[in-house]
Design a binder for this molecule. Structure first.
Ligand SMILES: Nc1nc2c(ncn2[C@@H]2O[C@H](COP(=O)(O)OP(=O)(O)OP(=O)(O)O)[C@@H](O)[C@H]2O)c(=O)[nH]1
Ligand SMILES: [Mg+2]
Length: 321
């Protein structure tokens, strides 16, 4: 009997990916919170709307996103996916307990006030709809101290604790080294009540990388090194999301007569794979409380098996069950 060795046959179809997401969600009992951070314009809000599209198969502007360069997100905004909050409708088969939190874009800063704010957010102490800059800045010239921030945000709301952090970097921009270093330190166990919150990296606007692949590779490697993700294909990816081409830009996604995006299977597949990786229970290990908060910041939860590439890893994971 012929054995099928073609790697292509191992690539799951979109409906298999959706089924896998459903399965992973059914196994989760509590809210699953993902904090989406990155510089202004790194596609945080677009990612949240696109993720909803990949599952709900309908375009909804759940997160306020910039069609021009306006519409910057200013707040920390909790966005439940698979739920249309305007029509109070849930997408059947999905548990409406996955929240992607849209955060205001943070410039390439190294100020500890920003690190502390993100840390307090990850601990579930910063309420939904908090205005980020007004909270971190005391005045035009002065940032809040760590102590002042801790006093301001001193109460944990259990369902607002975070399980993953997703960092976005625009593929066509210089890596924000200060910001990435700050985030890496902030998510480490010694900063978060002993919890070690797994970081995922996505290089956004991948469609813009055509002629300068080499430069792009270097940028991605820099980001992975700063976040200690080198070679971990399950936690580092690149994405093109639902967007309208800017003037002078090629491509862009198809829209209907009302200007709403039409489904794009390539975009949806990449997002579903990212979500499956985010939901992988192997990454929950770091979230247990660790009394020893002197734990080395470098100690990180790793996936259960050796990743061999995103699709392959997923396919292996997929067919094994
Ligand atoms: N070329 C390209 N542009 C994109 C893509 N995804 C989003 N954009 C555009 O990038 C711009 C910024 O997107 P947003 O999602 O608002 O970025 P953000 O990170 O939420 O920005 P802030 O809220 O200001 O921090 C918008 O004009 C999007 O249309 C993509 O995949 N490719
Ligand atoms: Mg935004």
């Amino acid at each position: 009997m012929a054995t099928n060795t073609s790697p292509a046959t191992n690539v799951p179809t979109i409906s298999e990916l959706r089924t896998k997401v459903r399965e992973l969600l059914q196994n989760r009992e509590t809210e699953f919170n993902v904090l989406v951070v990155g510089r202004p314009g790194s596609c945080k809000s677009t990612l949240i709307n696109s993720m909803n599209m990949a599952l709900a198969e309908r375009w909804r502007e759940l997160a306020e996103f910039g069609m021009g360069d306006s519409n910057n997100t200013l707040r920390l905004d909790k966005i439940p996916l698979f739920e249309d909050r305007f029509m109070e409708e849930k997408v059947e088969g999905y548990m409406a307990k996955v929240n992607f939190w849209d955060c205001a874009g943070i410039e390439n800063v190294s100020d500890e006030a920003y690190g502390e704010f993100i840390g307090l957010t990850l601990d579930g102490k910063v309420p939904d709809k908090t205005t980020v800059f007004a909270s971190v800045n005391k005045s035009d010239k002065q940032l809040m101290t760590v102590r002042e921030l801790r006093e301001e945000f001193d109460t944990v709301v259990e369902e607002n604790r975070f399980h993953r952090l997703l960092l976005l970097c625009a593929a066509d921009e210089t890596v924000s080294e200060n910001l990435l270093t700050l985030i890496k330190t902030t998510t480490s166990a010694h900063k978060n009540m002993g919890r070690n919150i797994p970081i995922f990296l996505a290089m956004s606007k991948a469609d813009r990388i055509k002629d300068d692949q080499r430069e792009y590779r270097k940028r991605k490697e820099t980001a992975e090194r700063l976040l200690n993700l080198g070679g971990n294909m399950q936690r580092s990816t690149e994405l093109t999301l639902y967007h309208v081409a800017k003037e002078g830009e090629d491509g862009g996604c198809d829209v209907d007569v009302y200007g709403k995006f039409l489904q794009n299977e390539d975009i949806d597949k990449d997002l579903l794979i990212l979500l499956i990786n985010l939901l992988d229970p192997a990454f929950d290990r770091g979230l247990a409380y660790n009394e020893n908060t002197d734990i080395e910041p470098e100690v990180e939860p790793e996936p259960s098996s050796e990743p061999t590439g995103l699709i392959n890893k997923l396919a292996t994971f997929w067919w094994k069950r």
